[in-house]
Design a protein around this ligand. Structure first.
Ligand SMILES: Cc1cc2nc3c(=O)[nH]c(=O)nc-3n(C[C@H](O)[C@H](O)[C@H](O)COP(=O)(O)OP(=O)(O)OC[C@H]3O[C@@H](n4cnc5c(N)ncnc54)[C@H](O)[C@@H]3O)c2cc1C
Length: 355
C-alpha cells in the first residue's frame, strides 16, 4: 500500500472517490470501494493512519467489532490495513483538505493545504471530529516564535543538538520526546502541571530513572510566559504552586496533545449541526450531492459514534457514489462470498505478500 507524505502535484490526481480521513471508517471505505469497483485515494492531515484509534487509545481493547471478540485499537487498524491491501489504495499523509469546487461536468476539484489537487467523482468525508491539530500555548508571545523556537512537534532531533530544551506536557509524546531529546540536547527540562502522567507506565519509570541519573530535569508547573532577547527565545517563566520560576532555554517543545477542528470543511456549504454534518440516512449523502459524510462526522437522528456504525454508513454511501463515478453503468450486487474477481484479487495479494 502506498502511504506517505506527498508533495505538490501539477496534474490533478484523478479518482472515483476521495476519502478524507484515514481513521477506521476511512480505511474500511477504501476496502469497500475496491469491492464495488471504485478507485479511491485517501488523505489525512496526520502523519500516520488510524484516526482516534491510534491517536487516543491505541492499546485499549475494543470489544464491539463484529466477529472480533477483542482486539486493541492498534490491532484493529492493522487488520483494516490488511483488509484493504488487495486494492492498494494510495494514502496521502500530512495532507489537510482545504477547498472544494464542483466543476461544470459534475466532478469535484479538491485541494489540500499542502498543494495536492484531486479530480474526483465523489467525496467521502470520514473526518471524525475534524482534523487533529496540536493544542497550542495560550500565550500571544508564542505565535511569532513558532517553528523557530516554539514547537508543537519534533521533526528532527538534530535541530536540538547542544541546546537547552524545555518540553511541556505529561502524555506519551511529551515523555517520549523528552527522553529522546536528552540524548542530543545540552539540557532537557520536562515541565508538567502535576506529578501524575497520562503516559504509559514504562515511559514514566524511564523518565524518573533519567531524572534520578541527572540526565534530565523535571519541574511541576505550567508555562506562564516567554522572554525574548535579540528575536530569540531567552527564557521561560514557569508558574509553580509556591510562585514563579524561570528557566533559560533555547527551545520550547509543547506537547499538550491534539484537539479536533473541523477547519476548512466547515466552509464547504454543508449543513453542519454541533460540528457534525447532516446526512440522508438512505445513502449518507450530505446536502451537496456527491459529497458523503460517514463515521463520527455524520449527523442524523440517533447517530451512534461507533466504529461499526461507520462501516455500515461507508458501505451504503459508496453504492450511491458509484452512480456518480459511472452514471451509465448499472451495478449488480454480488455477495463477497460469490465474488470470483474479489476472491482472486485477495488470493493473489496474499500470494504476493508471502513471496
Ligand atoms: C477512548 C475512546 C475509546 C473508544 N472505544 C470505542 C469502542 O470500544 N468501540 C467503538 O466502536 N468505538 C469506540 N470509540 C469511538 C471510535 O474510535 C470512533 O467512533 C471512530 O474512531 C470514528 O472513526 P472515523 O474514521 O469516523 O473518525 P476518526 O477515527 O476520528 O478519524 C478521522 C480522521 O480524519 C482526519 N481528518 C479530519 N479532518 C481532516 C481534513 N480536513 N483533512 C484530512 N484529514 C482529516 C483526522 O486526522 C483523522 O485521522 C472510542 C473513542 C475513544 C476516544
Amino acid at each position: 500500500m502506498t502511504s506517505g507524505t506527498s508533495t505538490q502535484t501539477e496534474i490533478p490526481i484523478r479518482t472515483d472517490v476521495l476519502i478524507v480521513g484515514a481513521g477506521p471508517v476511512g480505511l474500511f471505505a477504501a476496502f469497500e470501494a475496491g469491492v464495488i469497483g471504485l478507485s479511491c485515494q485517501i488523505v489525512d492531515t496526520l502523519g500516520r493512519i488510524g484516526g482516534q484509534c491510534i491517536e487516543l487509545y491505541p492499546d485499549k481493547p475494543i470489544y464491539d467489532i463484529p466477529a472480533i471478540a477483542s482486539c486493541t485499537a492498534r490491532e484493529l487498524v492493522d487488520r483494516l490495513m490488511e483488509q484493504c491491501r488487495p486494492f492498494n489504495p494510495p494514502i496521502h499523509l500530512d495532507q489537510r483538505v482545504e477547498t472544494v469546487e464542483q466543476r461544470d461536468d459534475g466532478r469535484w476539484t479538491v485541494t489540500t493545504a499542502q498543494g495536492l489537487v484531486f479530480d474526483t467523482a465523489a467525496i467521502m468525508l470520514a473526518a471524525g471530529n475534524g482534523a487533529f491539530v496540536p493544542q497550542r500555548l495560550a500565550l500571544p508571545e508564542a505565535t511569532p516564535l513558532e517553528e523557530r523556537f516554539v514547537h508543537y512537534s519534533v521533526r528532527s532531533l538534530a535541530d536540538f543538538a547542544d541546546k537547552t530544551v524545555v518540553v511541556a506536557g505529561g502524555g506519551d509524546s511529551a515523555l517520549d520526546w523528552a527522553l529522546a531529546l536528552r540524548r542530543v540536547a545540552r539540557k532537557v527540562v520536562l515541565v508538567h502541571r502535576r506529578n501524575g502522567f497520562s503516559a504509559v507506565a514504562s515511559s514514566v519509570d524511564q523518565m524518573k530513572r533519567a531524572v534520578d541519573a541527572g540526565e534530565m530535569e523535571f519541574m511541576i508547573g505550567s508555562i506562564a510566559g516567554l522572554q525574548m532577547l535579540d528575536d530569540k527565545l531567552a527564557s521561560i517563566e514557569i508558574r509553580q504552586i509556591d510562585g514563579m520560576a524561570q528557566i533559560d532555554a533555547d527551545h520550547l517543545v509543547v506537547l499538550y496533545g491534539l484537539v479536533a477542528d473541523l477547519g476548512p470543511i466547515a466552509k464547504w456549504g454543508l449543513e453542519i449541526v454541533g460540528g457534525r454534518i447532516n446526512v440522508d440516512t438512505s445513502n449518507y449523502e450530505t446536502n451537496r450531492p456527491g459529497v458523503f459524510a460517514v463515521g463520527d462526522i455524520a449527523n442524523y437522528p440517533n447517530k451512534q459514534k461507533l466504529i461499526l456504525s461507520g462501516f455500515h454508513e461507508a458501505s451504503l454511501a459508496l453504492r450511491k457514489a458509484y452512480a456518480y463515478a459511472y452514471p451509465d453503468k448499472k451495478r449488480t450486487h454480488v455477495h463477497s462470498s460469490y465474488d470470483a474477481g474479489l476472491a482472486e484479487r485477495i488470493t493473489s495479494s496474499a500470494a504476493h505478500d508471502a513471496a
